[in-house]
Design a protein around this ligand. Sequence first.
Ligand code: SAM
Length: 259
Amino acid sequence: MTMHRSLHHAKKSLGQNFLIDPNQLSRLVEALDLRAKDAVIEIGPGTGLLTERIQPLVRKIWAIEIDRDLAAQLQRTFSGAGNVEIIQADILKTDLIALCGAESARVIGNIPYYITTPIIFHVLDHPGPIRDMTLLMQKEVGQRIVAEPNSKEYGILAVFSQAYAQVELLRSVPAAVFRPKPRVDSCLVRWTFDRTAASRIKEDALFRRLVRTAFNQRRKMLRSTLKTFDVQKLSHWDLTRRPEDLTVAEWIQLANDLT
Ligand code: SAM
């Protein structure tokens, strides 16, 4: 097993930076706060170092790895573990709801950084049975997720994340604990999905389109970016405001007023 791992040549194009530091792995597992009844979706298990740590702690793991060589290696490593299912697939093309059915699942992963935001949007688009999500990612993306209004980091990622979940930046993780060492420092972020908050949004598709449209021209006033919406319904709003000035609650209210 160790032999295979050391022989694997990391593929830069697939964002392969393996978390090899045992102490960091322990801290990560501790932060995940896993329970014996938990079903876990792991994004990008790689050589399986994290998978191996969590396998004895939970009821079920779906480990989704795109790399055929690594997926084959994982199959061998976990052939004796009845609760680990290795899925050789692209996470962005995987229907997470179909995967776990009606079961509530927890998403975890040291994800490939070249697709950090697409992965986050993919999960936010299918929150259904996902209870929470804890991901290692580059620090600057983490800061955008927990950003407050009126900051340069505040944008679509913050508004979508905070509309559907409570978000926490758990801690920073230095680049030196990965092999090969990435160019950027990392951080650990948790989304705890909040169904009550999400249900305050009357029409999800409209809410998403509104936020995307406005932030695509973030320096412009709402009155010029929202021309394709029925702004007559927004007569009580000050449309000279700019996107980064609205709180998440205001974005939800603005969308609801358009329905
Ligand atoms: N979890 C391992 C660890 O901590 O050492 C590996 C983390 S590495 C940063 C990211 C992993 O995601 C790699 O194994 C890579 O092959 C895999 N990966 C890259 N793109 C993917 C995709 N679209 N879908 C699923 N896995 C992907």
